[in-house]
Design a protein around this ligand. Structure first.
Ligand code: MSP
Length: 527
């Protein structure tokens, strides 16, 4: 591990109000994938995820189920952990906002704000969206509905505490002037400037007295904290900020990257920097606002019958195919559409055909021509070798450049170009003809180059498809320590006498298109 290179990455903390669909799963997978990439590059990477367990919505859901809110969130937390395990999400910590460590620290933070005079008591009136737990002004509504989720809003008025955002408006504008790349993609920053900062910041209502499932205000037990101050601070309370042990906080804060959905960038891009500044803390390095996975008929919704759950895909097609699909689907800054047709198409062509076949053919030929032993004593080369090697060099560089910018989808495309080039190398060199002509040294060279390309590919795909990556190495008989990111440029990692598997299981078996499309469609309808 490189000295001093840390990388603290976070996901949003999810509302545990219902079963998580592939949209939430996407958020987890992209964060996990960036963490794995940084780790592979030698960073001491730390990933935080969590659950946003307070608020009226949780109380309502629990009531419907006939249990207490605590019982409800406990149940949901168990389900969440099970799902993240199934998806092989390598988080270091999962914070729940009902945990004592969080509650205590948040109360201390509020106390600091009260003492500084940043919080005052007033009366709030506005249009309230129950599911989003958020007030809107008249002008923010879209066709009289919630601008975030499109649902009905209700006019409400209540005594409440406010955080004096206006006080920090000048500072915030200055901050963005000096850090124009704080939010990516840039258009998300432009949106919050247009809608919230340029018209003049509104003070933020931070408490409620109409329900009690929340953290009590330290100075007024009639009020509980409104969800955003409670939620945003998770990124520091999880590291032990304001606790007896701030070791993790000192080590990892500031966050290097907060990954959030585009609809909550406003809270992360305005309120979060202001809270941190008011606490005298450093700001995160970057906010990454991803877009949404949408369906043909719009947003995923149970009532429309178009929801797809990660378990459905993982159980039938495997974890790697599911992770791959989600990661290659989402473009930087644009909503992307999930369709069963596209899922099966990508599975068959990218995974079964391109990647699966490359491994299959390579393992088959080494068994056939060299009794399963990878030739390493290379004395000759074919006219196609240089081009294959230069493609490797170029593509590795492009993958790194894309990942360093968090353009995950582009990185995948660059890997697949390398896979295609390697498949083409088989056609160009025609090993079956070399074998017939008994051109042994050339055949050795071709087989070695194929295994070497697969070794590199297994390293490159690890952040996206950790299991396929391992399986490739296993079939080739290469140890994990001979497949580190650092060794991507090397050609001397395959040990003499390395024996490959006798009969490798196909990585991905070609699917029957019609049958599988129908299967996913039925699952979306909840059947
Ligand atoms: N609790 C807040 C976040 C607080 S963070 C301090 C919240 N929770 S949420 O459960 O509603 O959403 C969590 C994340 O899931 C958001 O980033 C949201 O964008 C993401 N997604 C929900 N549906 C999605 C899709 N269909 N596609 C991609 N991501 C989506 O907001």
């Amino acid at each position: 591990m490189s000295e001093g290179k840390k990388f603290y990455i976070t996901t949003p903390i999810y509302y545990p109000s219902g079963k998580f669909h592939i949209g939430t799963a996407y958020c987890q997978v992209i964060t996990d994938c960036i963490k794995r990439y940084k780790q592979a590059k030698g960073y001491d990477a730390y990933m935080l995820t969590g659950l946003d367990e307070h608020g009226q919505k949780m109380q309502t859901v629990a009531q419907k189920e006939g249990i207490t809110p605590q019982e409800h969130v406990d149940r949901m937390a168990k389900d969440a952990k099970k799902l993240w395990d199934l998806m092989d999400i390598q988080y270091n910590d999962l914070i729940r906002t009902t945990e004592e460590r969080h509650v205590k620290a948040v109360q201390k933070i509020v106390k600091i704000f009260l003492d500084k005079g940043d919080i005052y008591k007033g009366e709030y009136e506005g249009w309230y969206c129950m599911p989003c737990e958020n007030y809107f002004t008249e002008t923010q509504l879209v066709d009289g509905k919630c601008p975030d989720c499109g649902r009905e809003v209700k006019k409400m008025k209540e005594e409440a505490y406010f955080f004096n955002m206006k006080k920090y408006e000048g500072w915030l504008k200055e901050f963005y002037k000096e850090n124009p790349e704080f939010i990516v993609p840039e258009k998300r920053k432009n949106e919050i400037f247009k809608n919230f900062i340029d018209p003049g910041l509104e003070d933020l209502c931070i408490s409620r007295c109409t329900f009690d499932w929340g953290i009590p205000m330290p100075n007024d037990s009639k009020h509980v904290l409104y969800v955003w101050l409670d939620a945003l601070t998770n990124y520091i309370t999880a590291l032990g900020y304001m606790s007896d042990d701030e070791t993790l906080f000192k080590k990892y804060w500031p966050a290097d990257l907060h990954v959030v959905g585009k609809e909550i960038i406003r809270f992360h891009g305005i309120y979060w920097p202001i809270f941190l500044h008011a606490l005298g803390l450093e700001l995160p390095k970057k906010l990454y606002a991803h877009s949404w996975i949408v369906m043909k008929d719009g947003k995923m919704s149970k009532s429309v019958g178009n929801v797809i759950y990660p378990e459905t895909l993982i159980e039938r097609y495997g974890l790697d195919a599911t992770r791959y699909y989600l990661l290659q689907l989402m473009s930087f800054g644009q909503d992307s559409m999930f369709t069963p047709e596209d899922f099966i198409e990508r599975y068959n062509s990218d995974l079964a055909n391109d990647l699966g076949n490359l491994l299959n053919r390579t393992v088959g030929m080494i068994n056939k021509y060299f009794d399963g032993v990878i030739p390493t004593n290379i004395t000759e080369k074919t006219e196609f070798d240089d081009d294959l090697h230069s493609c490797a060099r170029k593509q590795i560089e492009k993958v790194e450049n894309s990942m360093d910018e968090y353009h995950v989808r582009d990185a995948i495309h660059e890997i697949w170009k390398y896979i295609s080039r390697t498949n083409k190398y088989i056609d160009e060199t025609a090993p079956w003809i070399l074998a017939k002509e008994e051109d042994k040294s050339k055949l050795e060279s071709v087989m070695f180059n194929l295994v070497e390309a697969l070794r590199k590919i297994s390293i490159l795909i690890e952040p996206y498809m950790p299991h396929a990556s391992n399986e490739i190495l296993k079939q080739l008989g290469i140890a994990k320590e001979d497949a580190t990111w650092d060794s991507l440029a090397s050609y001397d990692k395959i040990k003499e006498g390395t024996k490959i598997i006798e009969k490798g299981e196909p990585l991905f078996v070609r699917l029957d298109k019609e049958e599988e499309i129908e299967y996913i469609k039925q699952a979306m309808k909840g059947k």
